[in-house]
Design a protein around this ligand. Structure first.
Ligand code: ADP
Length: 973
């Protein structure tokens, strides 16, 4: 029967008839096009599917009639379409739970399907081999989820497990695209993944993929799914079998592991047994900036340094092939900075109980800094100015740095083994080897000084070799690591120090001081002999106790010494203290200056104290004397009676308060240099003052009277004593006494004398006249006896008259009013006249004149006569027992000299200058007994001075005196 031909013959009119027939058919009848879209379904079909025909028209057959779907039917439909031949199939419908017999007839652009329910399958030949007849229910016992899909992904069959998961009936999913079933439809991502996998599988590829499915609300499972295409004889994909394994537990465990791995602060990765790297932890991804997808498989090569790629890959592949642990060092690029850092890559295979490798777990440890440090260390070792070496305990050399090679001019082959010994001085070799062996035996560090030969110059220099043993856990020495340092200069310096130490000792023993050294704690080490002798102790005694010297110190100084020395030891401050030490021989204490300084090493640590003790006793005494004299000087300076000033040049550079008070100047005037003695001296005292200053140049000290012009212009009479400083001759000190009181007194005395002499002269003149008148009257009356008696009054009256004349002269001299007559004086005649007059008056002495002065001179004859009258009168008066007074006249070209010589009492030396002073009388008892007023020589000297002559005295006490008057011969009129 050919349905196709029948259909083609239908007329439009008969179409209704046909439809009626179809509607009344007891079997379900479908017409589908090539796309398996339902074009027609009769009432029975509707009864089976349970849906009205208008709903099923235009829908896909598989979707609309899940009760009828079966892979057998699907296969039959494919075959009918391919062969264009009618076909039939019988199969068990799990949904309708009965056997169905389906007849398939091709049509133009489609086919018809007619289903007939059966009680049991007809016993006949299978449509397709048993093996291909899928009876999925056989798999229901498995936990595997299995489904059969069209190449488009429509569910043809499915086993019970997934239906239970989703709690759906089979007919709810059969005929629907698997992607739209509850398991997959919940998430577009899962759907997409499934669709992609189905698409690949429908092209003939077995597709394996993992995905999340959600069979029902609240149930989320991880599936590892495999879609296997089933090919027909023509190698076309007939249908697909999808099998899903629940890997939720594994995934969770993996997630946990990955969370754990992610938390590890190292870079971690995992690889499959075949070497496919399949996961990286967060750290790894953060570091490389690559995602797991990008780095999967051999994707990690991207972040591996190009120079390392080949080597690392080969190592990895070798490890995987041999199932061995993997370890290598490689550079990994930092995703953000692009920098490469060194990592140690390690991976360990993770096996099951049978030893089958399940996984590789790998770590990447950042060893960049270590690598760099190693590199730096290497360059450091190469750069350090020392020799660095590694030796084996047997004394064979393993390594020596380039410095060693350069110095010794040895190659690494040459120094290896015991070759290094050749560089050591032959004299040192034995000792060095012995030292080495004993260090190794005792497991101690090795240290030796040795001379090493400079391979280029052949010279030897001293070196210090030091090595430390490197031991394993059991304490066995594996190697010695060591350095060798050039100590040649140090050695030489030591030699020099040794020599200088000897020099130092000689020095310390010869200096005129006490010298000692102590340890940093103050313990004495060395004390020179001088110090031991002074204290009367031995060095050993001093070394026994660091406070030993205290017992030799004056009790009053001990505490201070102890405290200061303690302080110095604690702080390292320099020690300096004056203290008294007892001399062991005399028992007396003398002052010493003790000083100590710390001697430090290169690191600033005190290694010893070095001290000296200097005798300053004399100095102290001098200081004390000086202090006392300074005190006295300052007392003097502060004297309120004596004014003191210090002059330098014309300037008064210092003055005490008394002097300032006297003169009215202030300290400020003094500081500002406003005190100038020249300006402070009135013109009439200038000559005397300058003279006094000149005198100072020769005699260091002079006393004179003067006046100062005070600041307010008033004048102050003073008595000045000037003294020149011995050590500072440009400076002089002047002691100034206020002389005003005395001067005032003198003035009053002068005034009195002046008045008295005048007052006495007039009555005396009247008296004299009266006597003469009485005398004459007596003569006339011939009372000769009375007249003669009266003549005796003449002498005393004359004496009185002379006295008053002298007083008047003195007062005139004082007032500067003594007048002189200028006349030519015949000196010879005048002197003889004087001598004669005096001879007449003297009854006791003979006045003898020697020589002559035959020249005249200009002067006041009376006054000159007064000079010699006075001198002869004194000569007679002060030579009571003598008989002669000599006058000696002599001349020279320029001068006339008159000497008046007596043989009397003489004048003591110290009084000789003073006798020319006003009212001065020599103080001897015999002189005192002789009447006089001390005016004569004063007037004499004044008169001689006014005649530009000089008067001097030469005398021997008890033998007599000679007064010498020298006068210039001619004086201009
Ligand atoms: P006077 O009136 O005391 O003689 P003068 O001025 O003449 O005063 O003499 C002063 C002092 O000098 C006398 O007091 C006397 O001590 C001493 N003098 C003067 N001439 C002589 C002399 N020729 N021999 C000893 N002493 C003399």
């Amino acid at each position: 029967m050919s349905n196709t031909k029948q259909t083609k013959r239908l007329t439009p009119g008969s179409r209704e008839t046909l439809l009626t027939i179809l509607e009344t058919l007891p079997d379900a009848f479908f017409v589908v096009d090539d796309a398996e879209t339902i074009m027609y379904a009769n009432a029975s079909a509707q009864a089976i599917t349970g849906a009205p025909p208008e709903e099923c028209l235009g829908n896909r057959f598989w979707h609309y009639a899940p009760q009828l779907v079966s892979p057998s039917l699907y296969q039959a439909m494919r075959r009918t379409r391919q062969t264009k031949e009618p076909n039939e199939v019988e199969y068990w419908s799990p949904m309708t739970r009965n056997w169905l017999h389906a007849q398939l007839t091709p049509t133009v652009g489609g086919l018809t399907l007619q289903f007939h329910q059966m009680r049991a399958p007809a016993p006949r030949q299978e449509t397709f081999p048993q093996c291909e007849r899928l009876c999925i229910n056989d798999l229901d016992g498995l936990h595997t989820r299995i489904g059969i899909l069209t190449p488009e992904g429509i569910v043809l069959d499915i086993n019970a497990v997934p239906l239970d998961d989703a709690q759906v009936r089979r007919e709810e999913v059969i005929g629907k695209p698997l992607a739209e079933t509850p398991w997959w439809s919940f998430a577009p991502a899962s759907q997409e993944r499934l669709r992609a996998a189905i698409a690949r599988a429908s092209r003939g590829e077995t597709v394996r993929f993992e995905a999340l499915v959600r069979p029902r609300e609240g149930m989320l499972l991880s599936f590892e799914s495999v879609i296997t295409p089933h090919l027909d004889a023509n190698h076309h994909v007939e249908y697909l079998v999808i099998a899903g394994i629940d890997i939720t537990a594994r995934k969770r465990a993996e997630r946990d592991i990955h969370a754990l791995i992610d938390a590890i602060p190292q870079l971690v990765w995992t690889g499959r047994p075949d070497g496919y790297v399949d996961s990286y932890n967060q750290r790894w991804r953060d570091y490389t900036g690559l995602s797991t997808e990008e780095a999967q498989g051999e994707g990690w090569m991207q972040c591996t340094h190009p120079q390392d790629r080949q080597r690392v890959l080969e190592t990895w592949q070798r490890a995987v092939q041999n199932g061995e642990p993997y370890e290598t060092e490689q550079r990994l690029r930092h995703g953000a900075t692009g920098e490469y850092r060194w990592f140690l890559m390690q991976a360990t295979p993770y096996t099951d109980a049978q030893g089958t490798i399940l996984k590789y777990v790998g770590t990447c440890t950042d060893i960049h800094d270590k690598k760099r440090a190693e590199a730096e260390l290497r360059s450091l070792v190469d750069a350090i100015p020392q020799f660095v070496w590694i030796m084996r305990p047997d004394g064979s050399a393993e390594y020596a740095n380039p410095r060693w090679c350069d110095y010794t001019d040895m190659t690494s082959q040459q120094y290896q083994g015991d070759g290094w010994l050749q560089a050591i001085h032959p004299d040192d070799r034995q000792r060095v080897l012995a030292g080495w062996q004993s260090a190794v035996q005792a497991g101690r560090p090795y240290e030796a000084e040795q001379r090493l030969r400079n391979g280029t110059t052949g010279d030897y220099r001293w070196f210090l070799a030091r090595g430390a043993p490197f031991k394993d856990a059991q304490g066995t020495i594996l190697k010695y690591f060591g350095t060798t340092t050039d100590i040649d200069e140090q050695k030489q310096a030591e030699q020099r120090i040794k020599a200088s130490e000897e020099n130092w000792r000689v020095l310390a023993e010869t200096v005129p001081q006490m010298v000692w050294t102590t340890r940093p704690n103050g313990q004495h080490e060395y004390i020179n002999q001088r110090w031991c002798d002074y204290m009367g102790v031995t060095v050993e005694h001093m070394q026994s106790d660091r406070w030993a010297p205290l017992s030799f110190i004056h009790p009053d100084d001990r505490e201070g010494t102890r405290a200061l020395w303690q302080h110095a030891l604690e702080t390292g401050d320099m020690y300096e203290h004056e203290e008294r030490f007892r001399n062991s021989q005399t028992g007396a204490y003398r002052w010493f200056l003790a000083r100590a300084m710390p001697v430090r090493n290169d690191t600033g640590q005190i290694v010893k104290w070095f001290g000296t003790i200097t005798d300053i006793d004399d100095q102290k005494r001098t200081e004390e004397a000086l202090r006392q004299s300074q005190e006295r000087a300052s007392v003097l300076m502060n004297s309120s009676i004596i004014g003191i000033n210090i002059i330098e040049g014309e300037q008064i550079v210092d003055a005490n308060d008394t002097f300032l008070r006297m003169t009215g100047y202030t300290h400020e005037d003094l500081r500002e240099g406003r005190m100038n003695w020249l300006h402070m001296t009135p013109p009439d005292y200038l000559a005397r003052t300058q003279q006094a200053h000149q005198e100072l140049a020769t005699q260091q000290s002079t006393t004179y009277e003067k006046e100062y012009v005070c600041k307010d212009g008033s004048r102050l009479p003073v008595l000045v004593c000037g003294v020149v400083f011995q050590h500072h001759p440009r400076q002089a000190i002047a002691f100034v006494l206020d002389n005003s009181a005395r001067k005032e007194l003198e003035q009053r005395k002068d005034d009195f004398i002046s008045v008295a002499s005048h007052e006495l002269r007039n009555p005396l003149a009247a008296l004299k006249m009266q006597i003469q008148l009485v005398q004459k009257r007596l003569e006339r009356q011939s009372h000769h006896e009375a007249a003669t008696a009266l003549t005796r009054v003449e002498g005393p009256v004359k004496q009185l008259e002379r006295l008053i004349e002298e007083l008047l002269d003195v007062s005139k001299i004082q007032a500067g009013r003594l007048e002189y007559v200028r006349e030519t004086v015949d000196l010879d005649a005048m002197l003889h006249e004087v001598a004669e007059t005096m001879q007449q008056l003297s009854t006791t002495h003979a006045i003898v004149v020697h020589g002559a002065a035959p020249r005249s001179l200009v002067g006041d004859k009376d006054r000159l006569g007064q000079v010699f009258t006075n001198l002869i009168s004194n000569a007679i008066k002060y030579s009571p027992g003598a008989e002669t007074v000599e006058m000696d006249l002599s001349t020279s070209e320029e001068t006339v000299t008159v000497r008046v010589c007596d043989h009397g009492l003489g004048i003591p030396r110290e009084q000789r200058d003073k006798i020319f002073e006003r009212f001065y009388r020599a103080s001897g008892p015999r002189q005192k007994a002789i009447p006089g007023l001390g005016m004569g020589l004063y007037i004499v000297a004044e008169i001689v001075k006014r005649h530009e002559g000089t008067i001097t005295v030469d005398s021997t006490v008890g033998k007599g005196s000679t007064f010498t008057v020298t006068l210039p011969k001619k004086r201009d009129a």
